[in-house]
Design a protein around this ligand. Sequence first.
Ligand code: TA6
Length: 320
Amino acid sequence: MAMPPERRVEVKHVELCKGVNGLDKVVLREVRGCSAEVYLYGGQVTSWKNEHGEELLFVSSKSNFKPPKPIRGGIPICFPQFSNLGPLEQHGFVRNRFWSIDHDPPPFATSTSNKAFVDLILKHSEEDFKIWPHRYEFRLRITLGPGGDLMLTSRIRNMNTDGKPFSFTFAYHTYFAVTDISEVRVEGLETLDYLDNLKNRERFTEQGDAITFESEVDRIYLSTPTKIAILDHERKRTFVLRKDGLPDAVVWNPWDKKAKAMPDFGDEEYKHMLCVEAACVEKPITLKPGEEWRGRQEISAVPSSYCSGQLDPRRALQCG
Ligand code: TA6
């Protein structure tokens, strides 16, 4: 039965407003009460809340929110270079740039009934051309689904007029908020090979039936399945990450020593966050002029299932 007009709650699905330090941000809202926020600085999602208003992403209490430093937390976009292995600054430069709202994006093949979404765009600048001599258009759509899932779709096109292709590596550097890192398991990466950033990117094979955390972890899992589950035992919550066009997955927790070494990160904050990042690292993507690449991640938060005290990984991966 339709809600009578006086009872219908009008929701402002998309709102442009001012955030920390007067930086522009867009707030996305859905009728059930879930929400997300994205700063035009960095094109960076900094909040994703469920219908109870619980924050699902981690942002450091010591984050700068002051250009040119990147915002510490949420979902930094790493492009055109993931990591510091390359000529550019760590994780590339787009997370330190001001994006614009794209009022007239090229249509997506599949139309969407979602109302809570925003399209951002970043194009090459003459300044950036000096450090990365290519022309590109990077279109980023952030969508909050009616059920509270959060989708990021990147469309990157080579706009070079000199006939030159370009190659890049990429990651959605997602900081999940967790209750207690020592009670978190990651399912879906078992038996895969990974490059260990703590051991000079040496290649290993994951032996465990889940990834658990007792010290710093900084690994690039290669050619992973499209679905990864992050189980927060304390909170009885499972994050499900689905990815497309991004074959690898980075798992990072700085633990205590590295936490203390980061000025924009609280000494104890490593206990309440975990980065699981849909990425393309091992095999860079190459685009010829005119070619476009798409990379998509969808994250959702579902109640965890339990079985004899252990989290039931089968249920976690089959959910939703
Ligand atoms: O994604 C993991 C990682 O590459 C780690 O090596 C660590 O450096 C982390 O990114 C944070 O990088 P950032 O430049 O944001 O401090």
